[in-house]
Ligand binder design. Structure first.
Ligand code: DGL
Length: 283
């Protein structure tokens, strides 16, 4: 069966784009819709109760407006706090992005792992449980950085190499002293700075994120529920494009236009249902 409804990919801002890129190249026939929930950015400084409200609202709007067949919550913070709430409430499949603690533990020879994420994620019980389940024999060092989130969202596009190096420096100084051999990028925004992170930590530290695992999980769901938009045979090498939306009018629209263009997306401004009903504070 063919299902040509879109796949929705959601983050608080620009962090989910590297996950969208994986889908563009591995599922080129899919119609991809990206929503940057800039109206509630940054997620990492919100409570779980707030995020449950925010993610429920976003999902309702997306279902009403674009009727996705599947949603990717391309945000570690939103996934650790709210994925179970969304799955219970809405009838479509959800794929979440959670810190790649399991692959990092499998990769670590020294049994010393770093997790770089938002403040919400590093203190969340979900991360604690992941560590207990998959890395209980490792020392796991956590660092929360709202500053890097803010840099990526608001300053990355016009930044110099020196500014990018500087943006990750405090976090890297923390990990450099700890003799880790694997670093989990547990916030999707930080993937935009993976080169800077890797070069600050040097060759002895592997940088690990969830892109491959999440992308494969999307493909498995499309397979098992027969949700593919077209038969994939003979379509190799094509790169899908998609549409980019915001949840609120941005201060710096050019920033979002530039990112949309860099990821081969058409820039569509605020999702129409949000223009009719502006985003409010949750609760
Ligand atoms: N990109 C998000 C994550 O993966 C959160 C960034 C934010 O604080 O809004 O956790």
């Amino acid at each position: 069966m063919i299902n040509s409804k879109p796949i929705a990919i959601v983050d608080s801002g620009l962090g989910g784009l590297p996950y969208l890129r994986w889908l563009q190249s591995h599922a080129p026939d899919e119609d991809l819709v990206y929503l940057a929930d800039n109206g509630h950015f940054p997620y990492g400084e919100r409570t779980t109760a707030e995020l449950n409200g925010v993610l429920t609202e976003i999902t309702e709007q997306l279902i009403q407006e674009i009727d996705p067949k599947l949603m990717v919550i391309a945000c570690n913070t939103a996934s650790v706090t709210s994925l179970s709430v969304l799955r219970e409430r809405f009838p479509i499949p959800f794929v979440g992005v959670v810190p790649a603690v399991k692959p990092a533990a499998a990769n670590s020879n020294r049994r010393r792992i770093g997790v770089l994420a938002t403040n919400r994620t590093i203190t969340d019980e979900y991360l604690e449980n992941l560590i207990q389940d998959f890395a209980s024999d490792c020392e796991v060092f956590r660092y929360g950085s709202p500053d890097i989130v803010d840099f990526v969202e608001n300053r990355l596009i016009n930044s110099t190499p020196a500014e990018r190096t500087e943006a990750v420096q405090n976090a890297m100084n923390f990990f450099l002293d700890l003799n880790i051999d694997s670093l989990v990028i547990g916030c999707t925004h930080f993937i935009h700075l993976e080169k800077e992170i890797a070069s600050a930590l040097g060759e002895g530290v592997d940088i690990i994120d969830s892109r491959e695992g999440v992308g494969r999980q999307v493909l498995r769901i499309l397979d098992s529920f027969e949700l593919h938009s077209l038969k994939r045979e003979g379509k190799r090498g094509r790169q899908s494009t998609g549409r980019f939306f915001l949840s609120s009018p941005p201060k710096d629209e050019q920033n979002y236009r530039d990112f949309a263009e860099a990821f081969k997306l058409s820039y569509n401004g605020v999702l129409p249902s949000f223009s009719r009903q502006p985003v409010g504070e949750p609760g």
